[in-house]
Design a protein around this ligand. Structure first.
Ligand SMILES: [Zn+2]
Ligand SMILES: [Zn+2]
Length: 354
């Protein structure tokens, strides 16, 4: 399979980000990203203005971030030609995005940040919503702000990547629980704005440059055939191949800051077949399936079934016979730093429940 790295959830000058889109694309290109998913607040204007396409070898995909009338329930929607409506309840925009053929991800569902009054938390509250494609399990900006204190402020502004540790445990637990009933795809977002802040009371700091943000939390997609980079004639087709990989969970979340995650694999095999991340398979009985993890370098692997750690192993490879149905996924840690978070392989009963 062909692996491509993207930064998801980016704001530009079309909403509250400071960067112009061509400069954001150049920054992504300079750090070696393959695709960018822009999501300005409540508007697809950047797309209507023709910014979508190949830019500096990066596929620039444009969606938008929807919120409700209380500015809660942020939803990242992609694959749409027009906005789905304003001032409507969250479950309604979730439904409309799907109806219009798009994909959508609940943004920063358990956000709690409180360190900067001008950036209050925007958690997801409408859990009656159905049919969302997935959730943003890791949001760089939320994590960074949540850990911010008066004491560490300076260090955090100077080294915005060092303080990023792992997705919130609460969100992972929620994701594991939801995944027992159906496929719920996990993605990682940067939430880059590069907004300016008066940090120490006497100078303006960019919080933080796009190029810096683009070096940590990514979503990697796995495609059957290569992208045709720079080929505008095939852009639409390639864009939908990226969206379809995200829709089907053929992707994983990783923080590239500590080590290069490229080459990671997580799959299930029987005597005759193979299943990838995002796939569902009926439990065929104990010992008839095995789950395989492969890493590009040694790390601590944690294999989870319905959120419970079943096995931990240090190394580059792990094979585990499947003893029971469940929504299975794997994590890789470098000491106390979360590095790679796979999507689930759902091994369920005849109704598809795990
Ligand atoms: Zn948001
Ligand atoms: Zn955002």
């Amino acid at each position: 399979m062909h692996e491509y790295i993207g930064a998801v959830h980016i704001h530009s000058s079309y909403s509250d980000g400071t960067g112009e889109i061509p400069d954001i694309a150049r920054a992504a290109s300079e750090v070696g990203l393959d695709f960018l998913m822009l999501s300005d607040h409540n508007s697809l204007r950047a797309k209507k203005d023709g910014h979508e396409g190949w830019r500096d070898g990066v596929a620039l995909l444009i969606g938008y971030e929807i919120n409700d009338r209380d500015d809660r329930n942020h939803y990242l929607a992609f694959g749409l030609d027009k906005e789905v409506g304003v001032r409507i309840p969250a479950r309604e925009y979730v439904r409309r995005v799907r109806e219009q053929g798009g994909i959508g991800f609940i943004a920063h569902p358990d956000e709690k940040r409180s360190s900067m009054p001008e950036h209050p938390p925007y958690p997801w509250t409408d859990w009656e919503a159905e049919d969302f494609t997935g959730i943003e399990i890791w949001n760089h900006m939320s994590e960074w702000m949540e850990g911010l204190t008066e004491e560490n402020k300076f260090q955090r502004f100077i080294h915005p990547l060092r303080s990023i540790t792992a997705p919130p445990a609460e969100t992972l637990a929620r994701w594991d629980a939801l995944s027992r009933g159906r496929r719920v795809v996990g993605i990682g977002g940067t939430d880059a704005h590069a907004h300016k802040a008066d940090v120490m009371g006497f100078f303006d700091v960019e919080v933080f440059p796009y190029k810096v943000m683009f070096k940590s939390v990514h979503t990697h997609v796995l495609l059957d055939a290569p992208l045709r980079k720079g080929d505008e004639a095939h852009f639409e087709e390639d864009k939908w191949r990226i969206y379809d990989a995200l829709r089907s969970g053929r992707c994983f979340v990783a923080n590239s800051y500590h080590a290069d995650p490229r080459g990671f694999a997580f799959y299930a095999t029987s005597a005759t077949e193979t299943w990838q991340q995002g796939d569902s398979v009926m439990f065929p009985g104990e010992g008839k399936l095995a789950l395989h993890t492969e890493l590009p370098q040694p790390a601590r692997m944690r294999l989870l079934r319905n959120g419970e750690c079943v096995r931990e192993k240090e190394g580059r490879e792990m094979t585990q016979p499947v003893h029971a149905p469940g929504a299975w996924r794997v994590e890789a840690w470098l000491e106390d730093r979360g590095w790679i978070f796979s999507n689930h392989i759902r091994i369920g009963d005849a109704d598809g429940h795990c």
